[in-house]
Ligand binder design. Structure first.
Ligand SMILES: *[C@@H]1O[C@H](CO)[C@@H](O)[C@H](O)[C@H]1NC(C)=O
Ligand SMILES: *[C@@H]1O[C@H](CO)[C@@H](O)[C@H](O)[C@H]1NC(C)=O
Ligand SMILES: *[C@@H]1O[C@H](CO)[C@@H](O)[C@H](O)[C@H]1NC(C)=O
Ligand SMILES: *[C@@H]1O[C@H](CO)[C@@H](O)[C@H](O)[C@H]1NC(C)=O
Ligand SMILES: *[C@@H]1O[C@H](CO)[C@@H](O)[C@H](O)[C@H]1NC(C)=O
Length: 367
């Protein structure tokens, strides 16, 4: 956490410059407006100085690149689950789009392909959807053993999820990777809280360490590898049983309490009609689901069920498309929370039902 405040103050300095730029720009454009509207007055400047353009250029040069600052500071490993049949159809498009913005991108599958960054973590004959739990377990084991302390945060995403890495870093910047925490879209099943797998979830370095060192091998507190395991639900049990706090991404930043990770196609949230959100999701989601204009955080992070075609569309809409003449507002890197604050905001749920899985009463059939 130590390096966060130092950088914040550096960024703050940059922002002060920016603020001055803005004020200067505002004053100049105001004066310019007066000239335009009051044609009877003499011109404010000789026609050769072109003040408005000059100010705009200067502003752009002075804008500190906060995203770049956070990219250097927060090392994020993206673990993307895929399978041999989906390498061409999905994984390569993740690599060509948002995957480039991960500090490290690792595809976990049942076949090795070094040139594509695909690692085999389970046996080829065991690679089917019903083995998703084993693939996730083994994927995290591989990532911990190969990269352990080299990265701060570990996001698990599917090959049909689109992630806006800058917004992920923005949220995580308020936290310390040495805290035992994991973020996601919070759900509830059999009265157990967990983070939706399709929407993608994020483990801190400490959460990953605890998963591997304390949970992975104990079938009493963490379901062992088995067919038809419910990957995200199981992960929630394993992590809570080793004292990892669940942070509903929706509430991770106090100034923005809208959904940030989406278990469904984000387009389904855009109309203000309930019919686009299935009942099962409403029942299992920890909080009310909003649709329409208020649905989604302006700093949304992840969208599930994204076809490759849409990944390229999002790249264009998010990173290239501009709307002419619309000024952008000032932004700040969030102040880091202390551990005392995090514990208070996101207390452990102390769910005694999951303490000993052999004794768990309400549970899936194949537990
Ligand atoms: C890796 O995948 C690419 C694209 O599917 C393929 O052309 C290549 O032969 C694969 N390499 C190995 C070592 O399997
Ligand atoms: C899970 O994957 C590991 C690594 O491939 C393998 O050794 C183990 O047998 C698998 N377990 C099941 C139940 O598929
Ligand atoms: C999100 O953006 C809209 C449009 O710029 C703005 O009106 C709204 O206040 C923003 N929401 C938050 C929480 O900042
Ligand atoms: C959507 O459903 C919720 C809960 O069922 C209800 O409170 C809300 O009024 C509905 N909204 C619309 C636009 O139908
Ligand atoms: C559900 O879990 C919470 C803790 O997470 C517990 O307080 C509550 O009693 C549980 N409810 C049932 C019906 O088991």
């Amino acid at each position: 956490m130590g390096s966060v405040p130092a950088t914040s103050s550096r960024l703050l300095q940059g922002q002060l410059h920016l603020l001055c730029g803005f004020i200067a720009g505002f004053v100049c454009s105001f004066v310019l407006l007066l000239c335009v509207y009051d044609v009877h007055n003499p011109p404010c400047w000789p026609s050769s100085t072109l003040p408005a353009t000059a100010v705009t250029l200067k502003l752009n040069q002075q804008r500190p690149n906060l995203a770049l600052g956070l990219q250097r500071q927060l090392r994020i490993l993206c673990m993307v689950l895929t399978c041999p049949d989906y390498i061409e159809r999905y994984a390569q498009h993740v690599r060509a789009t948002w995957g480039q913005r991960c500090t490290k991108l690792v595809f976990v599958s049942s076949e090795h392909n070094e040139s594509l960054g695909v690692v085999r973590v389970i046996e080829p004959e065991a690679d089917a959807y019903d083995n998703l739990w084993n693939k996730t377990r083994e994927g995290f084991r591989h990532v911990y053993e190969t990269y352990g302390g080299q990265y701060d945060w570990f996001i698990k995403a599917d090959d049909d999820t689109y992630v806006i890495m800058e917004n992920l870093r923005y949220m995580l910047a308020a936290y310390d990777p040495n805290m035992p925490i994991y973020f996601g879209y919070k759900m509830n099943r059999y009265n157990v809280s967990y983070m939706s797998g399709g929407a993608s979830y994020i483990l801190s370095r400490e959460a990953l360490r605890r998963f591997r060192r304390q949970a992975y091998e104990s079938s009493k507190i963490c379901p062992e590898a088995k067919k038809n395991g419910i990957e995200d639900f199981y992960m929630g049990i394993c992590l809570q049983n080793v004292g990892v706090h669940l942070i509903d991404a929706r509430y991770a930043l106090t100034n923005d309490i809208k959904t940030k990770l989406f278990p469904l196609d984000v387009a389904k949230y855009m109309y203000d009609v309930n019919i686009t959100i299935p009942d099962w999701l409403r029942l299992m989601t920890a909080t009310e689901i909003e649709t329409g204009p208020g649905c989604c955080s302006n700093y949304s992070i992840a969208f599930h069920y994204t076809t490759p075609e849409r990944m390229y569309l999002y790249e264009f809409l998010i990173y290239r498309l501009r709307v002419f003449g619309v000024a952008r507002h000032l932004e700040e890197v969030p102040k880091p929370f202390t551990w005392a604050q995090v514990e208070k905001m996101f207390p452990l749920e102390h769910n005694t039902m999951i303490r000993d899985l052999t004794q768990m009463l309400e549970r899936p059939d194949n537990f």
